[in-house]
Structures are given as C-alpha cells and as structure tokens.
Design a protein around this ligand. Structure first.
Ligand code: CTP
Ligand code: CA
Length: 226
C-alpha cells in the first residue's frame, strides 16, 4: 500500500542500535566507564521503530527506561555489546551510538582490591576493547546502512571524516561534547552529518527530533540502495 511506504518506510526492515556506556570491571565493586545517558541512542531506536523497522537495541547500563516497541538486550561490557550486536545480525541498518569504553582492565581482580595504610595506589594495566562499529563496517554480513557517532571535543569535522573511513561507515553523526555545550547528559544535541556526499550541519534540537530526522535520512539511504 502506498500509505505504508510513506508512514512506515522501514516496514519489514531490521535495525540494530547500540546505546549508553559500557562498564568495564576492575574488581567486583569498581568499574571504568564513559559518560553517556543513553538518551540519544534510545531515541534513535524508538524513531526507527516509529518508521516501521524491527529494532534490537543493545544497551549498556543506563538510568532511563527501555523504549516501547523495541527489543532490548541489556549488556555491561564492550565484549558483551559486540556479542549481542553480532547475534542480532543480519540487519539492514546499524546505528552505533554507544559510548563504548575504549579500554578494559587486562586482568581483573576476582576479590575487592583493599587499601592498607602506607600501600601505594594500585596501577591498572589496560587493554583495548573491540571496536564494534569498525567490526560491523567491515563485516561479511555488513548492514546496507552503517551509521556511527563521533563525540569530539576538538577538530570535529576532521575527526569525524577520519572515523567514517577507518570504520567503514556510510554516515558519521559528529557532535561537539565539550562541557560548555551541555550536550552530555542533556536533552538537546547539535550534530553534523558527515558522509561521502558531504557535510550537513543541523541546528540545535532536542534529542528526539534529532532521532526522528536521522531515522528519515537512514530510511532514504536504505531505500535508494535497494
Ligand atoms: N565505537 C564502537 N566500539 C568501540 C569504540 C567506538 O562501536 N570500541 C563506536 C561508537 O559507538 C561510535 C564510533 O565508534 O559510533 C566513534 O566512537 P568514538 O569513541 O568517537 O571513536 P574512537 O574510535 O573510539 O576514537 P576516540 O575515542 O579516540 O576519539
Ligand atoms: Ca572512544
């Protein structure tokens, strides 16, 4: 039906979205994490579902509720997130919004690390986590439209373009997350879309509106590819 194509352009399409931070344990009571509320990622999952897509949201630990009409898989670490994304394939769309911890503790302690008077502070040896977006962008079962985010505090365009190429993405949504912007943890976002076709600056909008517009852009890209 023509109306289905207009209202639900993603009907019958599958999408996987990551959102939130990852927590990388140091010992049973401590962890390393990035700042991320999950608001933008969750809003994108909801917006894709709103266009008719069958959405799996892979979420790190967040304080916000699961969006409606989306299958949610809760994970903690980057490796769990990668695993949940891979087992959600095949998909037509991948949108990697999570603020994945770049490193994890190489050998985590199975007991709580205790401090004793006079002891030196422990040194943490870190090892790199898998890059989920890069893995998806170069995968044999690569979704037709792969979108990444680039949270930057400087050289937003140059860093965003670099991530587009390095990670094999079709689109990078770049934003300036310097503390003065108030974007981290807030309700609004000011993004720049970077693709091989060029750059598009969007005005400051609430995260739900960014998500709805982005879902439309993704739908157009997917439909023009197939
Ligand atoms: N990303 C990912 N897995 C990682 C690191 C990043 O999937 N281990 C994804 C993010 O979800 C985002 C994109 O890659 O879509 C860019 O993340 P970002 O942290 O900005 O890039 P990095 O490559 O980690 O570079 P850096 O942190 O040094 O800027
Ligand atoms: Ca990073």
């Amino acid at each position: 039906k023509a109306s289905t194509q207009v209202d639900k352009p993603l009907a019958g399409r599958r999408a996987v979205v990551t959102s939130g931070p990852t927590h990388e344990p140091i010992d049973p009571v401590r962890y390393i994490a990035n700042r991320s509320s999950g608001r933008q990622g969750h809003a994108i999952a909801a917006a894709l579902a709103g266009l008719g897509a069958e959405v799996t949201l892979v979420s790190g630990p967040v304080a916000i509720p699961d969006p409606a009409n989306v299958r949610v898989r809760h994970v903690e670490t980057a490796r769990e997130m990668l695993d949940a994304v891979m087992t959600s394939l095949p998909a037509d769309i991948a949108v990697m919004v999570a603020a994945v911890a770049d490193w994890r503790v190489e050998s985590l302690s199975d007991q709580k690390i205790k401090k004793a008077p006079g002891d030196a502070a422990p040194a943490l040896i870190l090892t790199e986590n898998p890059d989920i977006l890069k893995t998806i962008g170069h995968h044999a079962e690569r979704p037709a439209v792969v979108v990444g985010f680039a949270a930057e505090t400087q050289s937003v365009l140059a860093n965003g373009r670099d991530k587009l190429e390095r990670k094999g993405a079709d689109l990078i949504v770049a934003n300036d997350v310097s503390p003065r912007t108030g974007i981290m943890g807030g309700e609004h976002n000011q993004v720049t879309l970077i693709s091989r076709d060029g750059v598009e600056h969007w005005p400051d909008m609430d995260k739900a509106t960014v998500a709805e517009r982005l879902a439309r852009v993704i739908a157009e890209r997917l439909i023009s590819k197939s």
